[in-house]
Design a protein around this ligand. Structure first.
Ligand SMILES: Cc1cc2nc3c(=O)[nH]c(=O)nc-3n(C[C@H](O)[C@H](O)[C@H](O)COP(=O)(O)OP(=O)(O)OC[C@H]3O[C@@H](n4cnc5c(N)ncnc54)[C@H](O)[C@@H]3O)c2cc1C
Length: 374
């Protein structure tokens, strides 16, 4: 009986597990995750402004695995020995015939001790709950958001909505090292988002970095100091520590370079944020749609390998992306078409409802969103 290990029960890991469990090959499949629950990340920022109940963004991994008749172990993976085909999780080691690494990404504090001590990341349900409690318990004057990428913009507009609903006026300041917010996006989108942020009073400081931070103070380059401030830390992500330790080809974020079949080697596949896949000189961004299809293809290729069939190449279909902004002035590109405003907002939430897992969560999210949108 072939042993398959999957590290990470996110979009990619669950998609792979679903496919493998239906192979009919009598595989011994084990899913490892450090957390108890899967988190639906695209709606995490909306827990702040739109008051989406974080419970609707969670699914119990053990229950998911029971349905598929596969094994779940809740443990953090510390190391992988690719030569010995062994994974170390806590004090236990697990052998495998095939491995799927789908451990996603985590906040990157860029070795900044202040950020680690005082910055609030926004990468899972626990993070957003900590931010909401912190806002409820403290009367901050300023919210400083480090990083003006997708997540930073989404977080900023949700904080704006949160304060608006609570009828309080606070300063929201985004701090971005690059010369503009939303770095690699098309110029029209950056203009649109920039004008929108300005219209709701969100200040964006570009070519600026956080110099120092304390429990309620933030100093940025150029000498501006913000007192009575909370720091939200979203300037970027990196892959898990055990991947950092592997001596294999990676991109600067630590994403593992995979071949066209999503392989690192003959017995190890990677999927989702962990995998650095590029074709025709373009690399794929981190997104749910690619995580799901990569998890599925990695699983299909393992099944094909066992059956001695030729492997399938990964051919990504990019449906597009939206920069969701909580005042409903979102923007993006869907199936090659530029979209903005309410339409973009509705498309984003339709994707979220469609991709979330289980009818209870879907119904809950829909109810919360309708209440917040209308
Ligand atoms: C706030 C936010 C908003 C986003 N919005 C969007 C959006 O609107 N649209 C979109 O397409 N994408 C969005 N993304 C990106 C998208 O969520 C990711 O691309 C997607 O989750 C990647 O899926 P994954 O399966 O690779 O990783 P994840 O979904 O992150 O899952 C990884 C799993 O691995 C586990 N894990 C990690 N390390 C270990 C370890 N050492 N041992 C054991 N388990 C481990 C984690 O606990 C986690 O369960 C957003 C991300 C964030 C953070």
């Amino acid at each position: 009986m072939k042993k398959i290990l999957i590290i990470g029960a996110g979009f990619a890991g669950l998609s792979a597990a679903g496919r493998l469990s239906k192979s009919g090959l009598g595989l011994e499949i084990t899913l490892l995750d450090r957390k108890r629950a899967f988190n639906f990340l695209p709606l995490i920022p909306d827990c702040i402004g739109r008051r989406i109940n974080p419970e609707f963004l969670c699914n119990d991994i053990a229950a998911f695995c029971r349905k598929l008749s596969i094994k779940f172990i809740q443990k953090e993976v510390n190391s992988v020995d690719l030569a010995a085909k062994q994974v170390q999780a806590g004090s236990t080691s697990h052998n495998y015939d095939y491995l799927i690494i789908s451990s996603g990404s985590q906040p990157n504090f860029f070795s900044n001790p202040d950020a680690r001590a005082y910055g609030f990341p926004l990468n899972n349900v626990e993070d957003v709950q900590r931010i909401i409690s912190c806002l409820q318990e403290n009367n901050y004057e300023n919210v400083i958001i480090c990083g003006a990428g997708y997540t930073g913009v989404e977080a900023a507009t949700n904080l704006w909505l949160y304060f608006k609903k609570n009828k309080v006026s606070k300063n929201i300041i985004m701090v971005e090292r690059a010369p503009s917010a939303l770095g690699p996006l098309p110029a029209w989108m950056k203009d649109y988002a920039g004008r929108n942020l300005k219209s709701i009073g969100i200040e964006v400081l570009t070519n600026t970095v956080i110099e120092k931070a304390g429990p309620d103070k933030v100093l940025v380059s150029g000498g501006r100091e913000f007192v009575r401030s909370v720091l939200i830390w979203v300037p970027g992500v990196k892959t898990a520590e055990f991947i950092q330790k592997l001596d294999i080809p990676k991109n600067p974020q630590g994403r593992i370079v995979v071949d066209e079949y999503l392989r690192l080697n003959q017995s190890c596949f990677c999927a989702g944020d962990t995998a650095f896949f590029s074709s025709k000189n373009t690399s794929l961004r981190m997104a749910v749609q690619f995580a799901i299809t990569q998890g599925d293809l990695a699983a299909q290729n393992i099944i094909r390998n066992i059956k001695n069939m030729p492997l399938k190449k990964y051919r990504p279909l990019d449906l597009g992306y939206i920069i969701p902004m909580a005042n409903n002035c979102s923007c993006g590109q869907v199936m090659g078409l530029n979209v903005s405003g309410w339409l973009a907002t509705l498309l984003h939430f339709s994707m979220c409802i469609f991709r979330s897992i289980g009818w209870i969560n879907r119904a809950g999210i829909t109810r919360n969103l309708i209440k917040s949108l209308f």
